[in-house]
Write a protein that binds this ligand. Structure first.
Ligand code: ADP
Ligand code: ASP
Ligand code: MG
Length: 417
């Protein structure tokens, strides 16, 4: 007997038929003798609709009310799955974030989980063999008692937090792909499924654009050492061999991975904008004058490139911000023009960031250089580069995103054979 968390994303609970399919997956694990906590997302498209209604209601709305609205999608699916499970003879009870409770910080819309109370769930596993169906994506602020949400894609994080709280053996993430691939399989059909990926690599992949797992869920899994298995919910429950290993990807500690490739995966993000400050004064304190006000405005600055000054007096400085913050960043910099001292601002939002990730890069030199050559041969211009221990990222024109990803995917031998 094992204790499991099973998480089902939006496309896996898209309608009642899908929910019936989910219920059969749950039954399969219950029949095998396991104690099961299920975490569900809202039906696909529902959260988008709820967010749109909030914006329509008022462009600038109270984040507490945003959370009251957008958390409702998960309430529906949790209740429905409990109904369907009971209908096929399985004891089940639904739980919303405030009922367990799942306590969070006060950052409405992007709250952090502080504590999950799993005691009642454990008691019910034991006494009634009851399946817990938990609404993902939501929690309750520790002090005010108000409903919070965890940021888009947050049900992954709910699932990992529940798994840590009930000391589950594994956290299974059921989604619309059968694992984590070398890159988004929708963009590169030749992408290959990884049988295992290290937490650090998954963290980079997720934070650099691969939305298969929410970034915070991977952070949390790393801290609590929760093993995550990403697999498909579209596999027929009846076809699964209870003794075999289903297709999927295990996200685990580095030490569990025997065959380490130099490059594990490629992520990309079109959600980038580039800003260049031309002929900015080259003197101490300028970087603070630029990035201080941006930080105060809560704008995340990512890639930064500063040229060495040719005349000793002025230089150009280029950096990226999220697309959504582009206009705000330009406004902040225009306001601080006197304090910074520059000639003009240039910017564009049709840029993309491509990132190449692999733990093997720690011990291999020249990995990035190969990429620069391959992209140059395709006529793709590189606007900025950043590197760190296990990844490098390049900024290019958005129109070349797919070509660049495919080129690098082949270059590093990741294509399916
Ligand atoms: P869910 O609704 O189940 O949470 P998501 O849409 O959030 O599912 O995440 C699954 C999607 O992530 C896939 O459909 C796929 O297009 C995308 N994706 C991006 N990068 C990858 C990758 N490297 N491997 C697998 N899927 C990826
Ligand atoms: N329903 C939420 C969203 O669409 C949370 C999730 O699906 O993980 O972002
Ligand atoms: Mg998701």
């Amino acid at each position: 007997m094992a204790r499991l968390v099973m998480k089902f994303g939006g496309t896996s609970v898209a309608d009642i038929d899908c929910i019936r399919n989910v219920a059969r997956h749950v039954k399969r694990e219950v029949d095998a003798g396991h104690q099961v906590a299920v975490v569900v997302s809202a039906m696909s498209g529902v959260t988008d609709q709820l967010v749109a209604w909030c914006r329509e209601g008022a462009a600038l709305h109270d984040a507490r009310e945003y959370d009251a609205v957008v958390s409702s999608g998960e309430q529906v699916t949790a209740g429905l799955l409990a109904i369907v499970l009971e209908g096929i003879g399985i004891n089940a009870r639904s739980w919303q974030g405030w009922q367990l409770p799942i306590l969070t910080s006060n950052a409405h819309g992007a709250a952090r989980i502080l504590d999950v109370n799993g005691a009642e769930l454990l008691k019910r596993f034991k006494e009634r063999q009851e399946v817990a169906v938990i609404a993902g994506f939501q929690g309750m602020h520790k002090e005010t008692g108000r409903i919070t949400t965890l940021g888009r894609g947050g049900s992954d994080t709910s699932a990992v937090a529940v798994a840590a709280a009930i000391q589950a053996e594994r956290c299974d993430i059921y989604t619309d792909v059968d694992g984590v691939y070398t890159t988004d399989p929708r963009v590169v059909p030749r992408a290959r499924r990884l049988s295992k990926i290290a937490f650090e690599e998954m963290l980079e992949l997720a934070s650099l654009g691969a939305k298969v797992m929410q970034v915070r869920s991977v952070e949390l899994a790393m801290v609590h050492n929760v093993r995550i298995f990403v697999r498909s919910s579209f596999e027929k429950p009846e076809d699964i061999d209870p003794h075999g290993t289903p297709p999927g990807t295990l996200i685990c500690g580095e030490e569990e991975i025997v065959e380490q490739q130099v490059v594990t995966g490629i992520a990309f993000s079109k959600d980038e904008a580039q800003i260049s400050i031309r002929r900015v004064q080259d003197k101490p304190g300028v970087a603070a004058a630029i990035f201080g006000p941006l930080a105060e405005a809560n704008i995340n600055v990512d890639m930064i490139v500063q040229n060495v000054s040719a005349d000793g007096a002025t230089t150009d400085l280029t950096f990226t911000v999220p697309d959504a913050d582009y206009q705000r960043a330009i406004d902040v910099l225009a306001k601080s023009r006197a304090a910074i001292g520059y000639e003009r601002l240039d910017g564009q939002s049709d840029v993309a960031k491509i990132s190449v990730i692999g733990i093997g890069m720690r011990s291999h030199a020249g990995v990035a250089a190969q990429a620069f050559k391959a992209l140059a041969e395709r006529g793709i211009n590189i606007r900025a580069i950043t590197t760190s221990e296990i990844k490098f990222s390049i900024l290019i024109d958005e129109a070349y995103t797919e070509l660049a990803v495919r080129t690098l995917h082949s270059l590093y031998g990741l294509d399916k054979v």
